[in-house]
Design a protein around this ligand. Sequence first.
Ligand code: SAH
Ligand code: SF4
Ligand code: F3S
Length: 478
Amino acid sequence: MGQDNNIPMEEPARQFYFMELAGKLREDKEKKIGRALTYHVTTFGCQMNARDSEKLSGILERIGYTCTEREEDADLVLFNTCTIRDNADQKVYGRLGYLHGKNQNKKERIIALCGCMMQEPSALEKIKKSYPFVNIIFGTHNVYKLAELICIQAESGHMVIDILKDTDLIVEDIPNLRKYPFKSGVNIMFGCNNFCSYCIVPYVRGRERSREPREILREIERLSEDGVKEVMLLGQNVNSYGRGLSEDIDFSGLLREVEKVEGIERIRFMTSHPKDLSDDLINVMKESNKICRHIHLPLQSGSNKILKRMNRSYTREQYLLLAQKLKREIPDIAITTDIIIGFPGETPEDVDDTIDVINKVGYDGAFTFIYSKRSNTPAADMPDQVSEEQNKREFDRVLKRVQEVARERAALRTGRIEKVLVEEINSNDPGLMTGRLSSNLVVHFKGDESLIGQIVDVKLKECKNFYYIGEMIQEGKN
Ligand code: SAH
Ligand code: SF4
Ligand code: F3S
């Protein structure tokens, strides 16, 4: 393989070459063992990772592996890891240990690790030392290279490690296997330049780079042709989309273009950094029939002292004005958020400020996290790290308030008829279907499988805290 002069240098042609080669290796092995080789991809972390996993699965399918539901049975197990908080790392170590304990005799099994945790030098060292049975390790910048790494590993028989510190390269047209036929994430940018002082993402995902608008639109057009009705535009800070591109385009400009794609009925995006949210974006949302009435607008803290130390570049007053403006201009909008409890130097009074913002904004939902120290981030060296005991107490206090407010907000929709994208059969009751409102709220209602992927009218009958029990309104009947 190393001497083959026919290996293309250009991407993605090079990877298609390796997908074919890996396919031949798989066929040989299957003949030898007399059965199909299986794979399982386990995803940790955020929507970005979920989308990367769809690409990884796409590559494995192209090679000809068969998907299996059971991780421990698979011939190729791939963990796409996250390292946003320490507990994300711990989960991966736990799963690796478990997997190794199971089926120790499965000598031929390939275990591959990729994703954000692999970009962290200390985690990588630990894996090399304590988990030497891992076969392939790669990072966030070379997801597209899986087939090539499989071939290299097959040839060498050793642990293959391929980590890039950063990259400008965006490889287009890699196959992908979508989890849902009717909705899909679409990367519009990669990396992050914001360096919030607690956050590891800029270190493990590299510098911010936007995808060319024509590539994004081409992907969305193809998705639409393939039956996709809802797209979720993905980036760590979608509001800064377009910086560094030769074309003069920003996020609202991109949204205007996505809106024109026929067949796409719903557009979502994630995540909006409050510091870059423009009036133009609010106007585009307001005028659009397709952009969902939901914005995820991470607050992190409601205390100016903490926001400053976090390097978030906005004050509580600016945030509140923004939330007010959103609600005034788009009255139906649901606002959700992320909150960190226990950032270094945080006092119960600072948490009071956070709760005050929760009350004033009236969030439809919030993810609350206890601060987790990430090595080499500025916050890790800050004095006044908060005690576990205070964290636990303050976390419970915030969570309680967040839940009360979200419950009140959800209940306001009782009796309304709303459009619902039907997503799946309810996992607890097969007579019920589960779908989402434009606001992202979940509703369960009587229906059958044939509705999956359709947008239907549902009357919201009974609010069960954070979701609804509804009734589908047949066409022509109200
Ligand atoms: N780019 C997004 C956030 C991505 S990370 C944004 O800026 O909003 C998702 C969430 O994880 C963050 O919003 C934050 O609330 C949380 N988070 C990030 N680093 C953390 C840390 N070190 N400890 C606890 N929570 C953290
Ligand atoms: Fe992390 Fe801040 Fe970038 Fe979000 S904007 S990914 S919180 S550094
Ligand atoms: Fe985790 Fe990486 Fe996402 S650290 S939250 S998977 S960008």
